[in-house]
Design a protein around this ligand. Structure first.
Ligand SMILES: Nc1ncnc2c1ncn2[C@@H]1O[C@H](COP(=O)(O)OP(=O)(O)OP(=O)(O)O)[C@@H](O)[C@H]1O
Ligand SMILES: [Mg+2]
Length: 335
């Protein structure tokens, strides 16, 4: 009897331990089921949105740093709705669009750009594919350069799409920040000064760029856009790192003018940088500094003299403009 009581107690304790184990397992299982449920709920909260959309939106919201690192792909770009064209050049048409709340520009070759119209006339409409090839190559060049030239005065590349489609025109698209034309005639002098400084910073970067000294071929105002108050170059398909070749110094003239560029070993020395400075002087520096307010007129006149004799490197150029800006700000603050 005594022995069977002990046996009974042992069995009771065994049952208690088993029940406790079951209770613990049940609680953990409950916790596991709950966490799975919360995932399902997230999926249901945003119906119809792919994970990519959600990630991009939260990336955009998180910080500009994350945004800069996220490059849009074909899948995202091909779903973007194109708004009105904001510009049309020789090769590309630029369309306004939005992605995850951000206004952007999508550039691509269309059959009404000058290059394609001229090619169709020459080769016949049935040769449209070969006409598109060269234009597409120019956008690919722009994409490659935008990838490598990351700088505050270069429009930010947001994504690109290159599709090679059988029996169809290849599809090449580039997405970048949207900007406004840079019209210094409509700006007050302090803003013109800021534009001049942005240009000088860009030219300094181009002089020392990771791919060599870059010249802006086809340098004109329309290659630049004002993006969040900063001037950035937005058309990169005519950039070149090749320096001008020469037999004599007379082959090294810039806009028909002798800027003292020497011909050394059949190359015009520093031609790319000096040409950039001279064209930027014509388009931006001279119009700005020739109308400088009296507070900074002397410094501005000195700068214009140095520019006209081509005796400035890009570092001195930006330092002189920074100095004019400091003087101007200090004098304006004291008034
Ligand atoms: N980031 C931008 N934001 C707003 N508009 C832009 C932007 N980039 C280009 N555009 C507009 O689209 C036009 C065509 O773009 P882009 O200059 O890149 O083409 P292109 O064919 O290389 O032109 P071009 O014949 O001047 O070399 C520009 O002249 C400008 O008006
Ligand atoms: Mg161009």
């Amino acid at each position: 009897m005594h022995g069977s009581l002990r046996q009974c107690l042992r069995e009771f304790l065994y049952v208690v331990v088993v029940v406790e184990i079951l209770i613990v397992l049940f609680i953990f299982q409950g916790a596991f089921i709950d966490s799975t449920k919360s995932h399902k709920e997230i999926d249901m909260v945003i119906p119809g949105k792919s994970r990519v959309d959600i990630n991009f939106q939260s990336a955009l919201a998180a910080s500009p740093e994350v945004n800069r690192n996220h490059s849009l792909t074909c899948r995202e770009i091909e779903h973007m709705v194109l708004d009105r064209p904001v510009g049309r050049g020789t090769t590309k048409t630029a369309f306004k669009s939005t992605f995850a709340g951000q206004t952007v520009v999508v550039k691509m070759v269309t059959d009404n750009v000058k290059d394609i119209v001229a090619c169709k006339k020459k080769k016949g409409a049935h040769n449209i594919n070969s006409c598109f090839k060269f234009a597409q190559y120019k956008i690919m060049k722009e994409i490659a350069l935008l990838e490598q030239l990351r700088h505050p005065n270069v429009a930010q590349l947001l994504g690109s799409c290159i599709r090679n489609e059988v029996d169809k025109n290849d599809r090449v698209m580039v997405v970048m920040e949207l900007g406004k034309p840079v019209d210094i005639r409509k700006m007050g002098w302090p803003m013109q000064l800021q534009v001049a400084l942005n240009m000088a910073e860009l030219l300094h970067y181009f002089h020392n760029s990771p791919i060599g000294s870059i010249r802006i071929g086809d340098f004109k105002k329309d290659q630049f856009r004002l993006i969040n108050g900063t001037v950035k170059i937005s058309d990169l398909d005519d950039l070149t790192v090749e320096e001008q070749s020469c037999d004599t110094a007379s082959d090294c003239l810039i806009m028909g003018k002798d800027n003292g560029v020497p011909c050394i070993q059949s190359i015009c020395k520093d031609f790319n940088t000096i040409a950039n400075i001279q064209v930027a002087n014509k388009l931006f520096f001279h119009p700005t500094f020739s109308k400088a307010p009296s507070l900074v007129q002397e410094e501005s006149d000195d700068l214009l003299r140095a520019l006209s004799t081509s005796s400035l490197d890009t570092d001195s150029l930006r330092n002189r403009i920074r100095s004019i800006q400091r003087t101007y700000k200090a004098s304006s603050a004291n008034r």
